[in-house]
Write a protein that binds this ligand. Sequence first.
Ligand SMILES: Cc1cc2nc3c(=O)[nH]c(=O)nc-3n(C[C@H](O)[C@H](O)[C@H](O)COP(=O)(O)OP(=O)(O)OC[C@H]3O[C@@H](n4cnc5c(N)ncnc54)[C@H](O)[C@@H]3O)c2cc1C
Length: 446
Amino acid sequence: MVGTMADISSLRSRVSGPVLTPTDEGFTDEVFSWNTSVVNTPDVVVGAAAASDVLEAVFFARDNGLSVAVQSTGHGGVAVTGGLLITTSRLNIVAIDAGTRIATIGAGVRWGQVVAAAAEHGLAPIAGSSATVGVVGYLLGGGLGPLSRSHGFSSDYARGFTVVTPDGRVVEATADTSPDLFWALRGGRFGLGIVTGVRVELVELATLYGGALLFDGDDIEQALRAWVDYTATTDPQVSTSAAITRLPDIPQVPEPLRGHTLLSVRFAYPGDVETGARLAAPLREIAPVYLDVLDEMPAAAIAMIHNDPPDPGPGWTSGRLLTSIDQRFVDVLLAHVGVNKQTPLLGVEVRQQGSATAVDVPEGSAVGGRSGNFTLMVIGVPDPSLFETVVPGAANALFGSLAAWISPENTINFAEHSPDGAAVSWSPEQQARLNEVRDRYTQSLV
Ligand SMILES: Cc1cc2nc3c(=O)[nH]c(=O)nc-3n(C[C@H](O)[C@H](O)[C@H](O)COP(=O)(O)OP(=O)(O)OC[C@H]3O[C@@H](n4cnc5c(N)ncnc54)[C@H](O)[C@@H]3O)c2cc1C
């Protein structure tokens, strides 16, 4: 039950951003989710324009018995029903200290903004595959990006979070101050308060050898089988993944790709072009290459490696961790999503992990799934009428057939639509410690 209009007016007078209820103009835009199949229907939304707005919103929720949720971009795919929603898109400042290589990032910032700001100094964040994903939501889940094998989970580079707790405290969580909360925020995702800003360490990286090799229809099986063999000896500094995507025959898709089913073998090596080209050479031989967009690239263009869709739209994804892959895995995968199969799965992606992702930070973190050697992600066709049963049915049939390769663990950023995702994304020891931290700091706020 939302507070009275007098309460709402009073809240409006105390915050600098908008405070909107469902009948107010601008409400629909304020609660808009990047995943347009998700419709948020909170009782009230506070568009935080300053960290103090978050505090006021939290006090208001507490005084009126409202639950509190937070949205940065809406990539997370979970609808907010009732209660108070805090949107963070106005907390959009990025400041780079080139001397210390620290980026100070507001809670509403997306990775693309940090990548661009850091590149002006020859630096780069260890970002995710998509420029439009929010930094904070992503980091709270650990984060596996295009440089995961060379650099590890993105949250390994977090150096401090500013968090508002339900009792109205502003906590600076770092390795030295509130280290237990800092441990939890690096991968523990839920129930840890509302982050208003984060500081991440950047790496020196102006260019990398990266991009993708695309293989068309009939060549996909040969290329995929050879990529699987390649992963047995991938250089520890190389991150690679393979994605089968059915590109629709629509004008928005560029002409050479339109209407094709393609295998995209992605590659990222954060070093010199000669070594990168040498390490990628075997992949250029695995089958006839339909399109070669793998070369030296500015670090600022890193989102081009995965080429995730830049615009909002309806989305359904689900992911698992894999312990291993082999030729039998390919047989099963292609039986479900091979070129000539009818499937409501638009894409299936396997990313190799391991190397740096397997090693925790010296002080420890709540990141789950470090033992996984591959991630598997499936993406449904963008038709919300199929999201209820058809797409999940096809995804679950695939996961069921791949049970022999699926890890008992998951990592939370890839666990969407995984019924036991939250339960298996952390070890029992991590779960126990997370619960203890949550109880102490937040009493399940977010
Ligand atoms: C196209 C696409 C590409 C992706 N690529 C990758 C990838 O390469 N690697 C990877 O690891 N993951 C990836 N993901 C998963 C992504 O990291 C998660 O969905 C993440 O939670 C999205 O965060 P967001 O802030 O953009 O989304 P939101 O929906 O705004 O937030 C998601 C959740 O994060 C929490 N949250 C957000 N902001 C705050 C805050 N200020 N304080 C407290 N909690 C907060 C809340 O629980 C919220 O429900 C991808 C997702 C998509 C849709």
